[in-house]
Ligand binder design. Structure first.
Ligand SMILES: [Zn+2]
Length: 286
């Protein structure tokens, strides 16, 4: 799996800052439609599926693609019915492909989908870093986060009232830039018969997690929080509220670690932010 190196990340940060200043975006929020206009990129009403058929991609690869950029025509085509938050993110992601000079020079002559798979994956990650740096205004994100207490409540406030970005994107950026060791767990209702997601579910499944740079450990995705678990209760009973709790983790050596945690449900996901788990201290009797 390719990675974005520290040097490359710093180049992308400089390019995102250049993009914001060249086009007069001085403070958040960054309106995605204005960003596309600034780059003179037109959104087409073409069918993405039709375009992908012409690209002769295997169906499983096509399904994952949500938008397509044509640098020669200066056009972006989104998948029909794409949720607004994904479309917003996709706008800045496509601008990333178009603005990062080493990408645009190559893509101009050879469409992204024709490049070797490892280069495509590398470019996709770089475009996401660009989108995050643009939406969260580079270093300014840290200044905004420092104004609130550390935790999900501050991240929710930044998403809703400052950056107007999705909770998922904001929490991810918050954790990836946290100096404190922490990890974000993303839960969804457990799929039932035939893999369907059931609203009001009585159990939740861990989808994936995002670690801060200094967090140590691995948490198996796929694990279930059942009906009497705090994660499921947060989902069913207290949407749009940060709930503080603790989480226990069993280690192979059979001892138990405990982490401070807080969870937030937006009625689709539960997001749980945990600190670095620590061994439980034995009770000391007097
Ligand atoms: Zn892309």
């Amino acid at each position: 799996m390719p990675k974005v190196s520290v040097a490359m990340r710093s180049d992308i940060c400089s390019q995102a800052a250049k993009f914001l200043s060249e086009h007069g975006f001085e403070a958040p929020p960054l309106p995605p439609d204005q960003a596309l206009q600034a780059r003179k990129l037109e959104v087409t009403q073409l069918s993405l599926d039709d375009l992908l058929i012409k690209a002769h991609l295997p169906p499983e690869h096509s399904k994952r693609i949500q938008a397509m950029l044509d640098t020669q025509e200066r056009a972006v085509t989104f998948r029909n019915g794409l949720p607004v938050q994904q479309r917003n993110w996709g706008s800045l992601h496509e601008i990333g492909h178009e603005f990062l000079p080493w990408q645009s020079q190559l893509i101009y002559y050879c469409p992204l989908l024709m490049l070797p798979l490892n280069i495509q994956e590398q470019f996709e990650m770089e475009a996401d870093v660009f989108a995050a740096e643009a939406f969260f205004f580079g270093d300014r994100f840290a200044k905004y986060t420092a104004q609130g207490d550390w935790g999900l409540a501050t991240a929710v406030d930044l998403a809703d009232n400052v950056f107007e970005t999705s909770l998922h994107a904001t929490f991810r950026h918050y954790v990836e830039n946290s100096e404190k060791a922490c990890c974000l767990l993303v839960w969804r209702p457990e799929p039932k018969d035939g893999g369907l997601w059931i609203p009001g579910a009585n159990s939740m499944m861990l989808q994936h997690y995002i670690k801060s740079p200094t967090f140590r450990g691995h948490i198996n995705p796929g694990q279930i929080a059942d009906s009497d678990d705090i994660i499921t209760k947060v989902f069913c009973d207290t949407p749009n509220k940060v709930v503080k709790h603790t989480m226990e983790f069993k280690r192979n050596t059979c001892d138990t670690l405990v982490a401070d945690a807080e969870s937030y449900s937006n009625s689709y996901n539960v997001f749980t932010l945990i600190s670095q788990p620590q061994p439980i201290k034995p009770m000391v009797s007097a």
